[in-house]
Write a protein that binds this ligand. Sequence first.
Ligand code: ADP
Ligand code: ADP
Length: 224
Amino acid sequence: MENVEKYYGAFHALKAVNLTVRTGERIVLCGPSGSGKSTLIRCINQLEQVRSGRIVVDGIELTAGPKNVEAVRRNVGMVFQQFNLFPHMTVLENCTLAPMKVSGIAKAKAEETARKYLARVRIPEQAHKYPAQLSGGQQQRVAIARALCMNPRIMLFDEPTSSLDPEMVKEVLDTMIELANEGMTMLCVTHEMGFARQVADRVIFMDQGEIVEMGEPGTFFDNP
Ligand code: ADP
Ligand code: ADP
């Protein structure tokens, strides 16, 4: 991201944001509510449009046109605070929809991939249930599996544990830690500082639309 400026009407939500993330890097974004964390990661796959500046994802310039936006979105998986699963579709159908519709993968192959990722997030037995039949933690792991089914190069997480009951937070964080250990490039908005300390290569602190601090987790948490 180079000199990215984002406005909501007259409200200046991102101010001259510059950020370079290397392949395989794990970034945690923190900062007070309303500081622009969610906006920043939503700009990375153009869920929000920037006013000016450049965003280049995996060599593709996002800000250069709609074709590029589609290409980038195929490579960027996103997990939201509210799981955003389709309620009228089973877990398996949620996971195969985009690979079939967006990437044109055949159903059998898409289901095979979906089952692989559902096993990886430790819910292989839930494939034929509907989201409402699952706990929040299970639903969020479905959302992670669904994103992984597109074989993304980058994963964005927007407060993935904030709407979960405390006892379910760990199972979702464990899944994220596994992904991090496998070398996935990740940007995570989270208040889970234990997670940040354990997996983040860099922690970014935002305030009022600006990146105000950036550093290794140790430099943040071990000093008063
Ligand atoms: P954070 O993720 O750090 O809580 P957000 O990126 O969600 O912050 O929001 C940053 C600021 O932008 C907040 O003041 C918020 O109220 C405002 N904002 C976010 N989305 C919109 C929107 N769609 N329309 C208007 N203002 C918005
Ligand atoms: P909601 O409308 O439930 O608040 P969001 O504002 O979080 O949902 O997201 C807006 C919509 O954009 C969602 O329905 C989401 O599925 C969709 N979307 C489009 N492209 C992508 C993408 N590449 N990654 C994630 N979501 C996407």
